[in-house]
Design a protein around this ligand. Structure first.
Ligand SMILES: [Zn+2]
Length: 396
């Protein structure tokens, strides 16, 4: 087996700045690029040249300018089909994959059930899934070099190791290495919620923001923070854990050992447990719990309202501490959204402090494709030297 470092596409800071801006914001003129990046027009032209030669950028037809406004300008644009990226989400019982283009547009998707959650089984299934995805169009196979993996747990992106995942029951798994061997692609591994935040920050609602937060709700309550334009990892790999903020010191026990954490009140399991207890129906499913709440069962409605309130209070703490420009709240429990979204907004509005509360919350569902797209966004970042994992093992 041969290994070497995956070479970033761009190395000069000027090239990095130009490509990153065009990826996020679409076509811009050289003048606009110079203004936005602080580079000189000459530096922009010089930085764009090799990217045009390699087919990553192209010039759009000249924009019509007003008579006498000087020579027409040709805006620069990214060719999204120049290169493709595979994003993968490994969950406890399935592996989902997507082929995305250079601007994180989803082009093909596939999923496989996972039986046996060992690293070896996941690597084998990943190889099959990647093959299936690359076979959907000849261009995918020709122009895909990078795979990005979004996975639950404590991930060391630099070394490509999954340190620990409670969901998968894994410890110290060299996941990037395993998946490179299985697929032949350069692999970047990232925590799933952070990967989703990368997609949202580079290609979604967080574009152009220096301070941004993403909160995911579902089986767990996760969050990721962008501060000064950078995803925050924290000194010990933990930062912005909104799920384990205590919102009710007398509340239920949390799996973290604490009491009254947001997650202990608002995870799908916590809501279900509360509804089961209130209705004395121990076999109720989450969907059934949502149904009886919708039908007006007071205790069931209360369980959802309490969950929404806990999430809203947690987010208000996050917003008051960090002051993001916006927060995206995305949830797997989208079926029950109608039952708690109002309570999230109300508790947030009530508790967020001062000017920080001007930060808007966007609430929306989280289909699995979005997780896979998060993986692809992380793979796209590998084109840039500051994001390329120093020890990414790759071919090509
Ligand atoms: Zn907790």
């Amino acid at each position: 087996m041969f290994r070497h470092h995956s070479r970033p596409l761009v190395s000069a800071p000027a090239e990095t700045a130009v490509l990153a801006l065009l990826l996020a914001e679409g076509p811009l003129s050289r003048v606009e690029l110079a203004r936005r990046t602080g580079l000189s027009s000459t530096a922009v032209t010089k930085a764009a040249r090799p990217l045009i030669d390699d087919g990553y950028l192209y010039e759009l037809p000249p924009e019509r300018t007003a008579p006498g406004a000087g020579r027409p300008v040709n805006p620069l644009a990214v060719d999204p089909d120049r290169e493709y990226f595979i994003g993968l989400k490994i969950s406890g019982d399935q592996v989902f994959g997507a082929v995305c283009d250079l601007r994180a547009g989803i082009r093909a998707t596939a999923g496989r059930p996972l039986d046996g959650c060992t690293p070896g089984a996941v690597a084998e299934l990943t190889a099959e899934l990647v093959d299936e995805l690359l076979d959907t169009e000849p261009a995918f196979r020709d122009r895909t070099r990078h795979l990005g993996v979004a996975v639950n747990g404590d991930v060391d992106r630099e070394s490509g190791r999954l340190r620990h995942s409670g969901l998968l029951g894994w410890r110290e798994v060299p996941l990037a290495e395993l998946l490179t061997e299985a697929t032949g692609l350069a692999v970047t591994v990232e925590n799933d919620v952070r990967a989703l935040a990368v997609a949202e920050h580079w290609f979604g609602e967080g574009i152009g923001t220096e301070y941004f937060a993403l909160v995911t709700i579902g089986a767990g309550i996760g969050s990721a923070l962008v501060v000064n334009g950078q995803l925050i990892r924290g000194a010990y790999g933990v930062a912005g854990e909104v799920g384990h903020l205590c919102v009710d010191p007398t509340g239920p026990r949390c799996r973290c050992g604490g009491r009254g954490c947001v997650e202990a009140i608002a995870s799908t399991d916590a809501i279900l447990a509360a509804v089961r207890q209130a209705t004395a129906e121990p076999h109720l499913t989450f969907c059934e719990a949502a149904d009886i709440a919708r039908e007006g069962h007071p205790a069931a409605r209360e369980a959802f309202a309490r969950a929404g309130h806990a999430i809203g209070v947690g987010i208000s703490a996050l917003v008051s501490l960090v002051g993001p420009e916006r927060v995206v709240v995305s949830g797997e429990g989208a079926d029950a959204y109608d039952l708690f979204s109002r309570h999230i907004q109300e508790a947030y509005a009530e508790h967020a402090f001062g000017a920080a509360s001007r930060c808007p919350l966007s609430l929306r569902p989280l289909p699995w494709e979005e997780w896979a797209r998060g993986g692809a966004a992380v793979a796209i970042q590998a084109l840039f030297p500051q994001y390329a994992a120093t020890t990414t093992i790759g071919v090509g």
